[in-house]
Write a protein that binds this ligand. Structure first.
Ligand code: HEC
Length: 403
């Protein structure tokens, strides 16, 4: 398909995806907070379970949580279910557009595994389906009884296993987005397969004047709590493609696992504070995980070439870049997929090469994830050459002297 059409389709999907996701997560954060903030003493009437006064944009609101009197159903009732559906209905096509329809450039990486783009697409889609089935079975099994400790441990174990396995199969970037897509799919399925049916039952019970099925609503509450914990890690994976330092890291599975811990801990602290039972000790594991992630991505850990040896001539650097980079990074790219310079970065002029010296060091020498999928077959010697040149201060003959 024409890249122009694909680009505009991408803009439309991404825009809607963000708006739907913000609406969904916004209501989720709001209702988790509201449940915790409700005053449950000195209730005004017997049918009220809790209430809260709110002030927002020029008005006072009284929100009450109520038991419905038998046989009476107010109308209309707002369900807040379409935000979740819309987030999935825009997110899945976006995954297809960006990762499955671009000939594998973002999906696979020969330096990671030899999986073909076709098999990678199959694996990605299978993951989304199988993950939900396994998760749902786990949380309806005896392991989830009581406080569900066994199921919690198993869930964490499975999550880290998926993170690690994906990082060994797909490109780093695709591994991260698939972890996010998997968790996001579980969240949507929780809403539509577990939470909404429980709400249907609540309504049917209220209409018929019978007691609603307790297991359904307990399960719905449990699933909505899961969704709430998973939200922050999912949001990170969704913007992680902007941070090659994370997905492109040699230990990217560890970096992502650490950031998942940070996200869950942050949510835990927020929820505990809402409930008035601060759990600020969670700051400790969160800070520790973050510190390790920052250290792993620092030059102290990543290393890189030194500037020792002969001065590297700029002509040598330029010929490497011309051979390995300008098929994409040029005002007139020749690559079949990238018809305009990726991220607007071009290396046609010596000045532009010099201007991007720091990002070139990160992507080519430290992380080694440029050229993309090593499509142009860059050798280790060429990376070392660029590394030495960068360590020598990236001198550009003629230009460096003028500064
Ligand atoms: C097959 C096409 C292709 C080739 C060849 C290629 N790149 Fe890239 N490059 C991309 C794409 C796509 C992006 C944007 C996505 C990303 O950041 O991963 C990018 C992003 C970058 C960035 C980050 C730009 C920014 O500031 O956002 C740098 C730096 C970079 N490339 C350097 C290089 C260098 C140096 C080479 C050659 C050694 C090279 N690339 C070869 C496709 C390519």
């Amino acid at each position: 398909m024409d890249t122009l059409i694909l680009d505009w389709l991408g803009i439309g999907l991404r825009w809607t995806h963000l708006i739907a996701g913000i609406g969904w997560i916004g209501t989720s954060l709001y209702f988790m907070w509201l449940d915790a903030a409700l005053i449950r003493s000195n209730l005004p009437r017997p049918d009220v379970e809790g209430y809260a006064w709110l002030l927002h944009s020029g008005g006072f609101y009284l929100v009450e949580r109520r038991k419905l009197p038998p046989g009476q159903l107010p109308s209309p009732i707002h369900w807040f279910k379409w935000e979740a559906a819309m987030t999935f209905l825009t997110g899945f096509p976006l995954l297809i557009l960006v990762y499955y329809m671009t000939g594998g450039v973002y999906l696979v990486d020969p330096a990671v595994s030899s999986i073909t783009p076709g098999w990678a697409v199959g694996a990605g889609i299978a993951l989304l389906v199988v993950a939900w089935i396994v998760y749902d079975l786990l949380w309806t099994s005896p392991l989830a009884r009581g406080r569900g400790r066994a199921a919690i441990v198993a869930s964490w174990g499975l999550l880290f296993a998926v993170v690690y396995t994906l990082s060994r199969v797909l490109s780093g970037r695709a591994a991260f987005i698939h972890v996010g897509a998997m968790l996001g799919t579980i969240m949507v399925a929780n809403v539509w397969m577990r939470i909404i049916p429980a709400q249907h039952d609540l309504i049917a019970a209220a209409a018929a004047g019978r007691t609603p099925d307790g297991t359904l609503s307990t399960r719905a509450k449990q699933r909505s709590t899961h969704n709430s914990y998973v939200t922050f890690p999912v949001i990170f994976t969704m913007f992680s493609n902007h941070y090659p330092l994370t997905y492109g890291h040699p230990l990217n599975w560890l970096v992502l696992s650490l950031l998942i811990v940070v996200g869950v801990a942050a949510r835990q602290i927020m929820l505990a504070r809402d409930r008035g039972k601060p759990a600020d000790w969670w700051l400790l594991p969160a800070a520790a995980a973050l510190a390790v992630a920052v250290y792993l991505t620092s030059p102290a850990w990543l290393g890189g070439a030194t500037g020792s040896g002969d001065r590297v001539a700029f002509t040598a650097v330029r010929s490497v870049i011309e051979r390995r980079c300008v098929s994409c990074h040029s005002r007139t790219p020749t690559d079949a997929v990238f018809r305009s310079a990726p991220n607007g970065v071009t290396f046609d002029a010596p000045e532009s090469i010099r201007a991007h010296a720091e990002t070139i060091r990160t992507r080519v020498v430290l992380l080694r994830n440029m050229p993309l999928g090593n499509k142009t077959g860059m050798t280790d010697e060429e990376r070392t050459l660029l590394g030495r040149w960068l360590a020598q201060g990236a001198p550009v003959d003629g230009i460096a002297d003028r500064r």
